[in-house]
Design a protein around this ligand. Structure first.
Ligand code: ADP
Ligand code: MG
Length: 625
């Protein structure tokens, strides 16, 4: 969504924008308006009340036209406020970036100086600066800007420190860029949003500070009007002619309110984290909108999906990520789900426990039976009770799923204590047992390691230990070895295999790699564009793939000892799930496709232990359809 559209959605910010726009417009056109000279005194007409002849807002103690003074004063106050904010932002950001980027002694020196400035009450500091430079609007501007530099410097330094050690800065350095270029082209674009945000929230404050100095007689000098000096001069007549104070006072109130509302809105709209959907918090469980009644549970599978359909509703578009998937897994069995990236494997897995983010995710049909209980549409409390305790997940990147700031032992203890009322020491003992179960060397000392101190393989072992923490019946592993190298992958696979044999775990193993499937899975289901196209016992399916898509997926796997062989990539790309072709979704990429493949629904037929969704299979399957 565009920044402006986001801003417009925020009513208060929009109101602030409109009011501020009007004030700025008025300030800009002031010289063109038919106003009397703001500085001409007319002592005969002192303290005229508002709405008098020739003086809409009355006159002040010297008979000067209040309206004219107000508009000219607003113009001046705005200019000084914005100028001070810009100066403070530029200098403060420069100081902050330099301190944050170079770090070490430079950082220490600069930031201690900034700390010293911040140790003074800001108005005292501003007073001291004006006292040293002498009164006058320009000096007030300098004072206000100087007082606000530390605020920007601190903010920007914090952001820069976070950026300065990131990989893209290292990459820029390796590319031979010098510091100045890195700061300008790599660091600055990342901090500019923060600078703008800090500015938008402080301009109002600076206008107030300038007005404060003028009020004390240290800013604009008579006869020149700014909002602060108008207030200051009106002070003596506060009781007898209140309008002289109310007029500039109300204007200050309006300006500062409008700027602050607008600033808050700008911050919300510019913050990339808020923008990427943090403002629309996902619901605790995936939204369920089932038209048809839920199918009944069948068979003795511990977990079975029945015609599951999960979609993403983004504005008017509907993405059919999972278009009717039926699968089952028995205790002690390992079911592989294989398919190209984007074929809907993860969404299927996440739908089981209602973990697909809503909005935009919606489960629109089918059922997920866990031991006969339908989890689709189960109350959130029930899902939470089952999550992790009965059905646990292992994800691809353990570095992203482990909290970076807690020791792995504490994270394991937390996972255990969510479902079990154990004392700290009992839970810790259990965590230790888990780390031993997943064969982490020196488990005892590893409990006190942080995630970044472990290797990728060890981290994934911790991920598996966490999944095992509550003795689940089913583990859903979503590409758990994709981020690991082949030797570590083999260790993790054999670990999972042992665990399921020892504990009778049912495993749903998602991957895009047939080699992995062959090592671990009893059965495998091949997914394409959100549907299962073929399923069967691993051996049979690998030896005689029936669906052209399966055959070509297998042909993509290099084999050792097979001599030189051309690897056949599948031409074309999987279809977009918001615009699926009718008939077989693979037909556009299939070299055996016939006209019949492109129309009507093609059923997933059962042939003995195998299932196939294809009209012209590679091999004839035994058994009746
Ligand atoms: P994979 O098989 O690689 O795990 P996914 O299950 O993650 O694939 O994704 C399946 C499909 O759902 C993809 O086509 C993806 O573009 C789509 N999808 C996933 N999340 C969203 C979302 N938030 N909005 C729209 N489409 C999505
Ligand atoms: Mg995935």
């Amino acid at each position: 969504m565009s920044t402006l559209a986001l801003l417009a959605r925020n009513r208060l910010a929009l109101a602030g924008l409109i009011v501020m726009g009007l004030v700025v417009l008025l300030a800009l056109v002031t010289p063109l308006l038919p106003l009397p000279d703001p500085d001409v005194t007319d002592t005969g007409n002192r303290f005229l009340p508002p709405f008098s002849e020739g003086a809409l807002l009355g006159t002040d103690h010297l008979g000067r036209d209040q309206l004219s003074r107000l508009l000219w004063g607003t113009r001046l106050s705005l200019a000084v406020g914005f100028a001070a904010a810009t100066i403070a932002a530029v200098l403060g950001a420069a100081v902050g970036i330099i301190a944050g980027y170079y770090g070490g002694r430079v950082d220490n020196l600069i930031m201690r100086g900034v700390d010293m400035l911040m140790a003074f009450p800001y108005i005292l500091l501003a007073l001291a600066i004006v006292a040293a430079l002498g009164p006058g609007l320009l000096n007030a501007l300098i004072a206000v800007a100087a007082v606000n530099i530390p605020f920007f410097a601190r903010n920007i330094r914090g952001i820069t420190v976070g950026i300065a050690n990131r990989e893209f800065i290292d990459a820029a350095r390796l590319a031979g860029m010098n510091d100045a270029r890195i700061i300008l082209s790599e660091v600055l674009p990342n901090v500019i949003p923060v600078i703008v945000i800090a500015m938008s929230t402080t301009v109002g404050w600076m206008i107030l500070e300038t007005a404060g100095l003028s009020f004390l007689g240290l800013g604009s000098q008579p006869p020149q009007a700014d909002l602060g000096s108008m207030l200051g001069e009106a002070r003596a007549a506060l009781i007898t002619s209140p309008h002289t104070s109310v007029v500039p006072g109300a204007m200050i109130l309006i300006i500062v309110m409008a700027i602050n509302l607008l600033g808050d809105g700008v911050r919300d709209a510019l913050d990339p984290r808020l923008r990427s959907g943090a403002l629309t918090r996902p619901m605790a469980a995936t939204l369920v909108r089932r038209e048809d009644p839920a199918p009944e549970p069948q068979g003795d599978d511990v977990l079975s999906l029945c015609d599951l359909q999960t979609q993403f509703h983004v504005k008017h578009r509907v993405y059919r990520a999972v278009g009717g998937v039926s699968l089952g897994v028995k205790p002690g069995e390992c079911l592989g789900i294989i398919g190209e990236s984007g074929s809907g494997k993860s969404v299927t897995a996440l739908s089981v426990m209602g973990l697909v983010a809503s909005p935009p995710g919606v489960i629109t049909g089918g059922a997920v039976h866990y031991k006969g209980e339908d989890l689709v549409g189960a109350p959130y409390g029930r899902l939470r009770d089952l999550r992790g305790r009965e059905v646990a997940y292992i994800f691809q990147d353990p570095l992203a799923t482990l909290h970076p700031l807690y020791k792995v032992g504490d994270q394991l203890v937390e996972a255990i204590r969510v479902h079990h009322a154990l004392s700290d020491s009992e839970a810790r003992a259990r965590a230790l047992g888990l780390l031993r179960d997943v064969r982490i060397p020196n488990a005892e000392s590893r409990l006190d390691s942080f995630p970044h101190e472990l290797s990728g393989g060890m981290r994934q072992r911790v991920g598996i230990a966490m999944a095992l923490a509550n003795d689940p019946e089913v583990i859903i592993a979503d590409e758990p070895t994709t981020a690991l190298d082949v030797t570590v992958q083999a260790q993790i696979l054999s670990l999972l295999d042992t665990l399921r044999r020892e504990k009778g775990l049912a495993i749903v193993f998602i991957t895009h790699d047939f080699g992995v499937v062959a090592q671990l899975c009893d059965r495998v289901a091949v997914m394409y564009a959100g549907r299962i196209v073929e399923e069967g016992p691993t051996r049979a399916l690998l030896e005689a793939p029936a669906h052209p898509y399966t055959r070509r997926l297998i042909a993509c796997v290099p084999e050792l000892g097979e001599g030189k062989r051309r690897l056949h990539a599948i031409p074309g790309l999987p279809p977009a799930v918001n615009d699926l072709p009718s008939g077989c979704a693979f037909a556009p990429r299939c070299d055996k496709a016939q006209p019949a493949c492109r129309q009507g629904e093609i059923a997933l037929d059962a042939y003995g232990p195998r299932r196939l969704r294809c009209l012209y299979p590679e091999t004839e399957l035994e058994g009746t359809a």
